[in-house]
Design a binder for this molecule. Structure first.
Ligand SMILES: [Zn+2]
Length: 1057
């Protein structure tokens, strides 16, 4: 007979239940202590250590030596292979038997030559199920291999997670034995923990909370851990509670298994390959045991790795994808950074990703997936649309330091007006565990209550992999429909978004970028990676353009499609959100630099090959091929190689006089200087000997003036810019009483995320770097180019030299900068106070630009004290402005009238060597009349980034200049020319153009290539059925809306043989 009901004390009742399930207290008599029954050691254990990441077949051939529990192995990044021979005692027939394995490092179990499960303490995977129920005739002896990587789920940081890895770390095997597992005890533990969570989560004001607590208490009353026959009564009590359903209006949580695996971060790329195998094989095993379990997996690159390294596992993944349990999502090659990659690179993430998913899994992804990326460009909605995607999931904006983002479910409208449906899982995480606390947070935290009644819930260990566990699934399945809690269903992202779409009338719209108010140092950290990124984006652009022209002109030329795909994939890999951002360990940064080196060297070889093909068969002298890879005419001073290894300056008009603007190709062995405009001149104010007798010289001693007839630049004796005048109007661009080109140094000590974060308070530590008078010297004396240079000691350890260069005909002055940088937690910027007043500054982004405030009115304004931009930024008032261009920088800000470019940081974690050493970069300043659009700032920034090419022509170069494409409107940029990925491939090109001014515009695209057919297509190069264009006099008419990106498929006539 049960005891009579009694009053219960809330806290003691709660703690009583907690003690009953505790892994720490009373395990001699509580339920947790009965989770495992009998145990026995493994029959034999042996191991060997290797610094390599060996394939299984090779590893098992090695010499294994006897090992035992308690052994240490290592060091960091090595691998210890264990051979585990085991014999299950006969007495265990009828029982569930586990191999219990606890070791530091990440383990992978191999059985019969195939990976079967990951084993990591951190990921709560410490047992491998040998059998659910040992049959009388089942074999009881078995040999397994366990491959243990000497690094943890989150690398091997010394002292803290993001500290640089400890190369000497040792690892230990602390448990390896067989044990009987009591599944019924496990299920009771799950129930009791959920009931405790409900009691605590709903609190003392809630009726349901007491029902949960008293149910749990009664379960403890009836359950005797030593007598399994008492368990069913306790189970029945739990079932009755969980079977009491909620009402129709209950919120629905869509629980999707997930495992965020950073493609490289606190571990090298090669370890990620193994992380994928460990995590995904575990997920597969869960799919087998739980047919309703759905697992979402992003990043084509990781799948491609597994395909080549673990083919058996990969074909099983494909099988489970057919069943709808393994769900590829994202559509991109990797989860790239959302700020720094160029527009074209973002398109290629999808092009490479979606084509891979289509080829390997039979369909493209319908959701874009970037749960962990540091901000999202305002162009992403349009790019998603063009790549067949209208849904987007992330949660990173929950990390905002200042402002809490007002939505979890909303429409996001991009720069061009494209709209996509966005969902942030309201639990603010992509690594849920299935606890009641998280489930309740998902409902309570939802900022769109009353508008959206569905939420995502991504569960599974993440960042370093790991993924879901059976316990998480048991919890979520138990919570499917319980009064007082949201409904929980195991869903795919597709199901979630369909539910959200079907009830979306009340959803709000957010316009423009999704700016993350944190991690703003990632625009600057690891300057060499940033430089590699910009440079390689340019190289691939140039190679594709030249190869396309060669394809059109030469019947013999083979477009290097496979090589280009390989090089693009390397670039896209480096655009992963912990690589291009500079937030990775040294080992990854070095690998990234190797990838860039590959792209540079192979890219240059491909450029030469295309140039050679363009020259072939033409009469004319051997020499240089001058190539303009931009779609407008250019006349620039360039350094041309002279015999004997020297260089001479040449004024090089871009070729293509017959067409309006030239894309390509003219030859001239030795260009003479041909100044058609006033020569750039250099005047040194140091010269006058009678200066002492003159009136007080404000600009005497050591200052230098450069003047090319367009702008006049005046530098003070330390290299600072005292005046920048637009000659025609006499308009001064530098603020009164101020100087530009002022280097400034800040203390840069964030709160935790060293490589990631620059905090607002760094601005309070601003210290101008002051040079010494007399260090400025004249470099190039004049004629085509004038320059001055100076040295600047930044600190006792760091120095800078700069050449300030003004070319004839050029609307901007360039600052070629070399820095030897040896600092800790300092931030170097350069400032230009402008004589311009505006509350908005403009920054280039992917395929366009946007405005951000120059003031700190609201918290949303000052949270953007450090922002990102691509090649240019501009501060304009009516009729006049000042633009700051760069060739490899991304961090920037404009406060008041001061344009500031972020140059170098010096974080120490996770890479203690980040940014230490020599750097070279160029920025440029362009004052202009009118708007930046009309003044050609966009074109100038392209010119700075895409210098004219002078390639040696191995055979006679074409005698006449030739232009392939030109566009009639300066608002439209022809960004990309490449061979089509598929279709009548050999002779189809894809052109990508965008409207860059922010205007509605009609324009003509002139083509001098033999085009048969022109069709509009999407970013994945799929023709628009209604997109056939009429070719008239080698011209195509195109219509653009502001910032619209258009792609064209051009079918070429085969070139004559
Ligand atoms: Zn990540």
């Amino acid at each position: 007979m049960a005891a009579a009901p009694a009053l219960k004390h809330w806290l003691t009742t709660l703690e009583r239940v907690e003690k009953f399930v505790s892994p720490l207290y009373f395990t001699d008599c509580n339920l947790r202590g009965r989770l495992f029954g009998a145990s026995c050691p493994v029959a034999a254990l042996s191991s060997f250590l290797t610094p390599e990441r060996l394939p299984y077949q090779e590893a098992v051939q090695r010499d294994f030596r006897p090992a035992q529990v308690g052994d240490s192995f290592g060091p960091t990044w090595w691998t210890c292979w264990f051979r585990v021979e085991l014999t299950i005692p006969e007495a265990w027939v009828g029982q569930e038997v586990h191999l219990c394995w606890e070791s530091d490092g990440e383990g992978l179990v191999w059985r019969d030559g195939e990976p079967v499960q990951g084993l990591t303490k951190e990921g709560e995977k410490t047992s491998y199920v040998l059998t659910d129920r040992l049959g009388e005739r089942d074999p009881r002896s078995l040999t397994l291999y366990v491959e243990v990587a000497c690094s943890g789920l989150l690398g091997a940081g010394k002292g803290s997670m993001i500290a640089a890895p400890d190369p000497e770390k040792m690892f230990q095997l602390s448990r390896a034995e067989l044990a009987v597992f009591h599944r019924d005890v496990h299920m009771l533990l799950v129930d009791l923990e959920l009931l405790l969570g409900i009691a605590k989560g709903l609190g003392k004001d809630n009726q349901r909370s007491f029902q949960a607590l008293y149910t749990a208490n009664q379960m403890v009353n009836v359950c005797d851990p030593a007598q399994p026959e008492t368990f069913p009564v306790a189970q029945a009590l739990a079932s009755r509670f969980f079977g009491q359903h909620g009402g129709e209006s209950q919120h629905t949580i869509h629980a999707t298994g997930h495992c965020h695996i950073d493609t490289a971060w606190l571990w090298p790329f090669k370890e990620t390959v193994r992380k994928c195998a460990r995590s995904w094989v575990t997920a597969l095993q869960l799919m087998e045991r739980n047919p309703e379990f759905i697992f979402a997996c992003s990043q084509a690159q990781q799948l491609e790795w597994v395909k080549s390294r673990y083919p058996g596992l990969y074909s099983r993944l494909q099988e489970f994808a057919c069943r709808g349990q393994f769900v590829p999502v994202g559509g991109t090659w990797v989860e790239m950074d959302g700020n720094l990659p160029s527009g074209e690179a973002m398109v290629r993430q999808f092009l490479q990703g979606q084509n891979f998913f289509l080829q390997e899994f039979g369909k493209m992804c319908s959701e874009f997936w970037l749960p962990d990326t540091f901000g999202y460009s305002a162009q992403l909605p349009q790019i998603m649309h063009g790549c067949g995607i209208r849904r987007f999931l992330t949660q990173k904006l929950s990390w905002n330091l200042v402002n809490s983002f007002p939505h979890h479910t909303f429409f996001w409208e991009g720069l061009d007006g494209s709209r996509v449906l966005v969902h942030f899982p309201p639990g603010d995480s992509y690594g849920m565990q299935g606890s009641v606390e998280e489930v309740l947070k998902t409902v309570a935290n939802n900022r769109d209550k009353g508008r959206a009644n569905h939420s995502a819930f991504l569960f599974g260990f993440g960042d370093g992999g790991g993924g879901p566990t059976q316990t998480m699934l048991d919890r979520l399945k138990r919570l499917s429909n319980t009064d007082g809690l949201p409904r929980v269903q195991l869903s795919s992202p597709r199901q979630l978004f369909s539910a959200l779409e079907s009830d979306s009338e009340q959803l709000c719209t957010w316009v423009g970028e999704l700016f993350l108010e944190l991690h703003n140092g990632t625009y600057t950290t690891h300057a060499q990676i940033k430089k590699g990124n910009r440079e390689c984006e340019r190289i691939l652009h140039d190679v594709e353009l030249l190869s396309s022209l060669a394809l059109a002109r030469s019947a013999q030329f083979l477009y290097p499609a496979a090589q280009l795909q390989h090089l693009w994939r390397l670039l896209l890999l480096n655009q992963f959100h912990d690589v291009v951002t500079g937030s990775c360990i040294q080992m990854v940064a070095e690998e990234a630099m190797c990838h860039y080196e590959d792209i540079r060297s192979h890219g240059n070889t491909l450029l030469s090959a295309a140039a050679a093909a363009l020259c072939a068969g033409e009469p004319g002298p051997e020499g240089l091929l001058i190539i303009n890879t931009l779609p407008w005419k250019r006349t620039e001073v360039m350094a041309l190689p002279k015999p004997g290894g020297a260089h001479s300056l040449g004024l090089t008009p871009s070729p293509g006089d017959s067409a309006q603007h030239g894309l390509c190709s003219c030859s001239s062995p030795h260009l003479a200087a041909a100044p058609a405009a006033p020569a750039a001149c250099v005047r040194s104010a140091r010269a006058p000997t009678d200066s002492a007798s003159r009136p007080p010289p404000t600009k005497t001693d050591g200052s230098v003036t450069l003047d090319n007839g367009i702008i006049r630049v005046k530098l003070d004796p330390t290299g600072r810019l005292t005046s920048l005048v637009l000659v025609a109007s006499g308009r001064e661009a530098i603020a009164e009483g101020a100087v530009g080109n002022q280097f400034v140094l800040f203390d840069d000590v964030p709160l935790y995320w060293d490589a990631w974060d620059v905090m607002d308070y760094h601005l309070e530590t601003r210290k101008p770097v002051l040079g010494q008078a007399g260090t400025l010297a004249v470099g190039t004396e004049g004629g085509l180019r004038g320059s001055a240079w100076f040295l600047l000691q930044i600190s006792p350890n760091s120095r800078l030299s700069q050449e300030v260069v003004l070319d004839i005909g050029c609307p901007y002055v360039r600052f070629h900068t070399e820095v030897h940088w040896h600092e800790a937690h300092k931030f170097l910027k350069v400032e230009f106070p402008a004589r311009v007043r505006s509350s908005q500054a403009t920054y280039e982004i992917q395929f366009g630009h946007l405005q951000r405030p120059t003031h700190y009115n609201t918290s949303w304004d000052w949270a953007r004290f450090e922002v990102w931009a691509h090649r240019w930024m501009d501060l304009s008032e009516h009729g006049f402005g000042l633009a700051l261009l760069n060739d490899c920088k991304y961090g920037a800000s404009v406060r008041g009238s001061i344009l500031s470019l972020s140059l170098l940081r010096a974080p120490k974690a996770p890479d203690a060597t980040a940014d230490t050493g020599r750097h070279e970069f160029t920025y440029a300043l362009m004052p202009h009349k009118g708007s930046f659009q009309d003044a050609g700032v966009i074109q100038a920034a392209y010119s700075l980034n895409f210098p004219l090419l002078a390639l040696p022509a191995p055979s006679p170069a074409p005698a006449t200049a030739w232009s392939a494409f030109s566009v009639s409107s300066p608002a439209v940029v022809l960004e990309t020319v490449k061979q089509a990925e598929s279709g009548p491939q050999r002779h189809s090109l894809v052109l990508r153009l965008y409207e860059a001014h922010g205007s509605h515009v009609d324009c003509w695209l002139h083509l001098s290539l033999p085009v048969q057919e022109a069709i509009l297509c999407d970013l994945l190069e799929r023709p628009d059925p209604a997109g056939h264009l009429t070719l008239r006099d080698n011209r195509l008419k195109l219509t653009f809306s502001p910032f619209q990106v258009l792609s064209l498929l051009l079918v070429l006539q085969p070139p004559p043989h």
